[in-house]
Design a protein around this ligand. Structure first.
Ligand code: GDP
Length: 364
């Protein structure tokens, strides 16, 4: 599944947010209670109202949401790339995530010390980014040295790696993160395998005071502008509100949200922004036994989408019986959608759409 690492300077609210996100009623959906893998890793059910509607129509016994993993990556301080604080462990943790949720302190509170002695989320963003970039430069220098013999020997993979590493180094030396590079489609796989820290997609999470959760403030506006300029995502969340929400049963949580002028919990908004940033989407499989959500990247073809369920589904793929989500709802189920002529049989060349209700036929 997808993994999102939560990073940020000390005292910005990372742990508060992590604990809240992984403990809300929504996260603890019946079949997948919050499970602690390690103290700082939490598996969360992705809330999706569509799945509940589909299950209600089909009378599914079980609802199985898709999941996202949050990793609370503590210990970043200035100098982490030099091994200060929990530096090395921190960097190793970041390599393993698909995206970085970067928590920025956008709340004033005289009682909570800021490590740099001032509230300045843009400067904080730079501090962390700089550490990641320094770590990347050092690892690139090391890797280039290790590659040189293979490159001389004409190893094709090594030559490609060297070319990509050198391009990344040029960007980093000019003060730009590796994610600022445009990577050719053919190089995607090799590029991803380099696992550069500053290449990970970033989602800025502005942690604000309770009263500012709905509208944000001047600081969050500045972060939004930065995010926009660099193609990053951004959300405004109050970790304190999320903390309170996580302690309420679902109905009271909804009421509390309304009182705060919010329509959606931070978990939902964070996940949606994360999906957007990573180009993720959801398809469904629906039957009397279970209604289940599956995560794929945008542009995934039917056989590869089937492969998310099981490798055999992809290898033996024959066709995908398909009903768009809206058609399934409008027809009040498969039979109605069929009658309305909304039941389609799609082949190998079909690009799965967000919300598709699919049934795969395959040679086993
Ligand atoms: P971390 O070091 O980034 O993990 O930060 P913590 O989650 O441990 O939070 C540090 C302190 O800031 C704790 O005392 C939190 O209760 C407090 N805190 C977190 N979010 C907020 C917020 O939105 N407003 C205020 N006033 N305090 C917060």
């Amino acid at each position: 599944g997808f993994r999102m690492g939560i990073v940020g300077l000390p005292n910005v609210g990372k742990s508060t947010l992590f604990n809240a996100l992984t403990r809300t009623a929504a996260a603890q959906a019946a079949n997948f209670p919050f499970c602690t893998i390690e103290p700082n890793v939490g598996d969360v059910a992705v809330p999706d109202a569509r799945l509940d509607k589909l299950a209600a129509i089909a009378g599914s016994k079980q609802i199985i949401p898709t999941r996202i993993t949050f990793v609370d990556i503590a210990g970043l301080v200035k100098g982490a790339s030099k091994g200060e604080g929990l530096g090395n462990q921190f960097l190793a943790n970041i390599r393993e995530v698909d995206a970085i949720a970067h928590v920025l302190r956008c709340f004033e509170d005289g009682d909570i010390t800021h490590v740099e002695g001032r509230i300045d989320p843009l400067a904080d963003a730079e501090t962390i980014e700089t550490e990641l970039m320094i770590a990347d430069m050092e690892s690139i220098e090391r890797r280039l040295a290790n590659l040189s013999r293979k490159v001389k020997g004409g190893d094709k993979d090594a030559v490609a790696q060297e070319r990509l590493l050198k391009a990344a180094l040029v960007a980093l030396e000019a003060g730009r993160p590796a994610r600022s590079l445009t990577i050719a489609e053919d190089d995607r796989r090799a590029w991803d395998m380099l696992q550069l820290l500053s290449a990970k997609p970033v989602l800025y999470v502005c942690n604000v005071a309770e009263a500012e959760a709905a509208e944000g403030n001047a600081l969050t506006a500045a972060v939004a502008e930065r995010a926009e300029a660099e193609g990053a995502g951004h959300v405004v969340i109050s970790a304190r509100i999320e903390e309170e929400l996580s302690q309420l049963p679902a109905d009271e949580a909804a009421e509390f949200l309304g009182e705060m002028g919010l329509t959606e919990a931070g978990l939902d908004r964070l996940i949606r922004a994360g999906y957007e940033l990573l180009g993720l989407q959801t398809y469904f499989t629906v039957g009397p036994k279970e209604a289940r959500a599956w995560t794929i990247t945008r542009g995934t073809m039917a056989p590869q989408a089937a492969g998310v369920i099981h490798g055999d589904f992809e290898r033996g793929f024959i066709r995908a019986e398909t009903i768009a989500y809206d058609d399934y709802i409008a027809g009040n189920g498969e039979a109605g959608a069929r009658e309305a002529g909304r039941f389609r049989v799609e082949g190998k060349g079909y690009e799965v759409k967000d919300g598709d209700v699919l049934h795969f036929l395959f040679n086993g």
